[in-house]
Design a protein around this ligand. Structure first.
Ligand code: SAM
Length: 253
């Protein structure tokens, strides 16, 4: 009793929802969601009918208090965002914090997220930094702040991934062309799990010509920038770390 489940929902393909997610959604006392009309379509498709309560970025504090009260009454609730995993560039963090502070359990379910799908399909990008990567959320809307973050990505040994809005993607790619070395690779993952899915990996120097071939930038995007580590190295550990590793393991040196 008194549990909140954070439940991931599909990012495009309606079938991308886990058996456990459907089970939890059909068992809870109610479902909080970003947009009731939007989530009702998903729940209807799976024959799930529950009380819905709106929790979005503009009311997350007061809605969290409402749900905490529900849990105090021994109820179990789920939270779903519009698409993907709650809390990942979506509401859910404040809710999670408030429920835990109130002494109740928060149970996050694994499931679909645009970032994990994009990283999983990024191939060579993961050879930098021992398979690690950094996810930097949405790129800022202001060009100067965005360019600062792109500089962070340009100098990072591990690969960096971002969410970007369709009306800004073209200008962001132009900024990447202006700031990054020509041989650095960029990943553009568009419309993952949808009909017009495309995962493009391209060197910065080839971006301008490719961009000219794009007729419409409509769609949802994850952007990746390859890590700056030496390409002939299997990992991007710095010298200190490498010395430390060889000190504890004589076979590596
Ligand atoms: N919580 C979600 C998740 O776990 O992926 C992310 C929500 S965020 C408000 C929406 C952004 O995620 C979009 O602007 C886009 O950058 C990215 N995104 C969502 N669905 C996508 C898809 N099917 N393909 C590519 N990117 C997607």
């Amino acid at each position: 009793a008194g549990t909140l489940y954070l439940v991931p929902t599909p990012i495009g393909n309606l079938a991308d929802i886990t058996v456990r997610a459907l089970h939890i959604l059909s068992q809870v006392d109610g479902i909080a969601c970003e947009d009731k009309r939007h989530s009702a379509m998903l729940l209807n498709a799976y024959g799930i009918s529950k009380p819905l309560y709106a929790l979005h970025e503009h009311n997350e504090i007061s809605a969290s208090a409402y749900l905490l009260e529900k849990l105090r009454n021994g109820e179990r609730w789920a939270y779903i965002s519009d698409a993907g995993t709650p809390g990942i560039s979506d509401p859910g963090a404040i809710l999670c914090e408030e429920i835990k502070k109130g002494g109740y359990q928060v149970c996050p379910l694994p499931g679909p997220s645009a970032i994990t799908a994009a990283v999983s399909g990024a191939g060579d990008f993961l050879k930098h930094g021992n398979g690690g990567f950094q996810f930097l959320g949405f790129l800022p809307a202001k060009a100067n702040q965005r360019d600062e973050l792109l500089k962070v990505a340009a100098t990072s040994n591990i690969s960096s991934f971002f969410y970007e809005a369709p009306h800004r993607i073209e200008s962001t790619l132009s900024s990447i062309v202006a700031h990054l070395d020509g041989d650095r690779k960029v990943l553009i993952a568009k419309e993952l799990s949808k009909i017009f899915e495309e995962i493009k990996v391209i060197a910065v120097r080839d971006l301008p010509d490719w961009m000219k071939t794009i007729k419409s930038w409509q769609g949802e995007y994850v952007l990746g920038i390859e890590g700056a580590a030496r390409r002939d190295s299997p990992t991007s550990f710095d010298e200190d770390t490498l010395q430390w590793i060889s000190a504890i393991d004589g076979r590596i040196g």
